[in-house]
Design a protein around this ligand. Structure first.
Ligand code: TYD
Ligand code: MG
Length: 448
């Protein structure tokens, strides 16, 4: 081992500095620098002779991408048709969301095509076996290794020559050559980089699981984001069975497609998007509204719930689940300013059902509809959906792909939809009533 030197590393993004800093100049995090001792010799510089000479861009030969469909349709959709062989993939999500379950299901599919090495630092082989039995008949060809040491993994992989490696999780992985504990920035970065080289050199397809924090940052694993080819994010509300898988980064496919699953007694099963709202379509409770939300190439019908109650405090509470609190504050200000409705003394809660996280502003009108419905204790939207972005002056603005959204509503038997007036001419769909509106005043006057 070489001599050691002291470095300060940002625990959020991995930025290095020779001295301590209060704020990270790279990611802007405060008080995130930790002192680490690293060996002076660089561990990661190992050249192959053929890699050090440059090649002309025009002479580089393209290799055909070998895509392996997993036959789990919702997963293949997110990946753009399947997993590309010898790719390096990070699967991130909150603890308990179902990452190990999904990865084991993927391992079952991989095992039909080759040998799988599953490295588990989180659970014992017995626990893994129990989980596997719930998923289905255990295939041949899945090797379990419970030593999350990088050196052992690489030597076992050298001997066993697997086609797929699964690391569950990066936070338990460590290199014996480093002093730092597992899940420290230095360990994650070094192990991640070593595995990257190994993956590209051997052509083994590698999956890494990474836990993320509540706020949704891939905190430790963020350092890995730029190394990997694909970042998959598994989200959802642990209390409901629904899980949403999205590709946050994908070098080989789209990044806007989402896959929808439900956690059952036998693992995650793909579900159809409309399952989320079927219950409430025609008997919508007070404070609920339905909006067709665009995710990738698909339309999801999402139920938005609002609850308004008189606040007992001097300052009202505003709280959200699956929604952006800043957007809520803006919408409340728009209502106050444009309608003779005073929400200043009301605690306001917004919930997106099914564990969805909404960023799309085309839900503005439905959120306002849900708020007004809860405030007036009246439900005028049964069988009727709402879609439209709302501007600061209360005007209702255009949304993308309106025709597709309306078509989806019609297919699921909605009677009507309140839409931006400007979008009407784009819609050819028959069999569903259109209620065009120009501003939120019209919505309030006509429906409440
Ligand atoms: P898990 O995959 O362990 O989550 P993660 O690896 O992201 O931490 O699974 C989370 C939960 O899913 C766990 O509480 C048990 C439950 N579960 C099922 O409901 N059905 C199943 O078939 C399996 C395997 C797990
Ligand atoms: Mg797990």
């Amino acid at each position: 081992m070489g001599k050691t030197k002291t470095l300060f590393v940002c625990s959020e993004c991995g930025y290095e500095s020779p001295r301590w800093l209060g704020k990270c100049p790279s990611c802007g995090a405060w008080n995130s620098f930790r002192e680490v001792k690293v060996q002076k010799e660089r561990l990661w510089i190992e050249h192959d002779t053929e890699e050090v000479s440059p090649t002309f861009l025009k002479d580089i030969e393209k290799t055909k991408k070998d895509r392996l469909p997993t036959k789990i349709d919702e997963l293949d959709r997110v990946l753009g048709g399947g997993i590309v062989r010898s790719s390096y993939i990070l699967l991130a999500g909150e603890p308990g969301i179902g990452k190990s379950t999904l990865i084991l299901q993927i391992a079952f599919k991989f095992a039909e095509k080759g040998k799988v090495l599953y490295v588990s630092g989180e659970e014992s082989p017995q626990q893994l076996k129990e989980r596997a039995e719930r998923i289905g008949k255990i295939p041949q060809n899945i090797l379990i290794l419970s030593a999350p040491s990088l050196e052992i993994i690489l030597s076992v992989a050298g001997e066993e020559k697997p086609d797929f490696i699964i690391i569950d999780s990066i936070q338990t992985l460590y290199s014996e050559k480093l002093e730092q504990p597992p899940s420290s920035v230095v360990q994650i970065r070094e192990c991640g980089a070593k595995l990257l080289r190994f993956t590209k050199k051997t052509g083994i397809t590698t999956f890494i699981i990474g836990h993320i924090t509540k706020v949704g940052d891939i905190a430790g694993p963020k350092i890995l984001e730029h190394m990997v080819d694909v970042v998959l994010l598994l989200e959802g509300d642990k209390n409901t069975g629904f899980r949403i898988l999205r590709a946050q980064k994908n070098r080989f496919g789209p990044t806007d497609e989402v896959g929808l699953f439900e956690m059952t007694a036998n693992g995650l099963v793909p579900v159809k998007p409309h399952t989320l709202v079927e219950l409430h379509k025609n008997s919508l409770p007070v404070g609920s509204a339905i909006c067709p939300v665009l995710e990738g190439s698909r339309v999801f019908l999402v139920e938005i719930q609002a609850l308004l109650t008189q606040t007992p405090f001097s300052m009202p509470i505003r709280n959200v689940s699956g929604y952006d609190i800043k957007r809520l504050q803006i919408l409340l200000a728009i209502i106050e300013n444009n309608l003779s409705v005073h929400l200043r003394g009301m605690d306001t809660f917004i919930n997106i059902t099914g564990g969805f996280k909404i960023k799309d502003t085309s839900t503005d009108l439905a959120v306002i509809g849900a708020i007004l419905s809860s405030f007036r204790k009246k439900q005028p939207f049964s069988g009727i959906a709402l879609v439209g972005e709302v501007g600061l002056t209360g005007e209702i603005r255009k949304v993308r792909k309106i025709e597709k959204r309306v078509e989806e509503l019609r297919r699921f038997g909605f009677k009507g939809v309140i839409i931006p007036k400007i979008d009407v001419k784009e819609i050819k769909t028959d069999g569903i009533e259109l209620y065009p509106v120009k501003n939120i005043k019209e919505v309030y006057e006509q429906w409440f």
